[in-house]
Design a protein around this ligand. Structure first.
Ligand SMILES: O=c1ccn([C@@H]2O[C@H](COP(=O)(O)O)[C@@H](O)[C@H]2O)c(=O)[nH]1
Length: 266
């Protein structure tokens, strides 16, 4: 089954478009978990237990796992999320020349969807795009302030780079498996892009800790009700840094966010 069909079903089952970001910054983990063999996995397991009922997906960012123990923690995390029937979107922002990107695409043997960087062009994304079952979210207009440096540059046609990326992503969507990453900190661009590519679901990061616009994220991020609004630190670090209460605080934060976003869903 195609990723976006599965996502559609998941959104309906939990009545939620919340993507729970699993970014277990080691310096912020509760003290009592630091003695575990894999503290990041111990942390994620508790977060997953507390939030899965409100999660359309879990979104681990690969940056928080790129060391030997990290990869083990990530593998355990993905398997556990799947055990709770929650799809996993790996925020890895990959792409490279052909033989290298084929190796990267093996990440989709474990995760259900991935974020990719369009900077190297179509051939660098081919193995991801060819995987009909998996979701491929193309970075388009990112949430960081420096996103403007390149993505807002005007082409000779007058269109900004991010609009050309959206048009290309639309062309690359031959298997109905492509979405865009558009930051909630860019509400005007969100609106423009939704008009431009009405069928592509968006992954919208940048609400919560980055202060983006949650209403615009929902209004423009969803295509036929399918899309994802992500919060990472705002959910997983919602509680105090010690004691077991951090997990229930994250559960409450995910539930609150789901309710808030649902007010804007049609
Ligand atoms: O444009 C982008 C693309 C990706 N991200 C990632 O999303 C989460 C956001 O975390 P918060 O704690 O909710 O700010 C994180 O993994 C980023 O690397 C993004 O923020 N913006």
């Amino acid at each position: 089954m195609n990723f976006f069909d599965r996502l559609h079903d998941r959104i309906r089952t939990v009545d939620s478009v919340v993507s729970v970001g699993l970014d277990p910054d080691p310096s912020r983990l509760p003290e009592h978990l630091r003695e575990y063999d894999l503290p990041r996995w111990a942390f994620n397991r508790r977060i997953i237990d507390a939030t899965h009922e409100h999660a359309a997906v879990f979104k681990p960012n690969a940056a928080f796992y790129e060391d030997p123990d990290g990869w083990r923690a990530l593998e355990e995390t993905i398997a556990y999320a799947h055990g709770k029937d929650v799809p996993v979107l790996l925020d890895a922002k990959r792409a490279d020349i052909g033989n290298t990107t084929r190796q990267y695409a093996q990440l989709l043997e474990t995760a259900d969807a991935i974020t990719v960087n369009p900077y190297m062009g179509r051939d660098s994304l081919q193995p991801f795009l060819a995987d009909e079952e998996s979701g491929v979210f193309v970075l388009c207009r990112t949430s960081n302030p420096g996103g403007a440096d390149i993505q807002d540059l005007e082409l000779e046609t007058g269109e900004p780079v991010y609009e050309r990326v959206a048009a290309l992503a639309d062309l690359w969507n031959e298997n109905d498996n492509v979405g865009l990453v558009v930051g909630a900190t860019q509400p005007e661009e969100l609106e423009e892009l939704r008009e431009q590519v009405s069928d592509l679901p968006f992954l919208v990061p940048g609400i919560g800790a980055q202060g983006g616009d949650a209403e615009a994220a929902v209004e423009h991020g969803l295509a036929d009700g399918v899309g994802l609004i992500n919060s990472s630190r705002g959910i997983i670090f919602a509680g105090e840094n010690d004691g077991e209460e951090f997990a229930s605080a994250s559960g409450q934060a995910a539930k609150r966010l789901k309710k808030r976003l649902n007010r804007y869903r049609r």
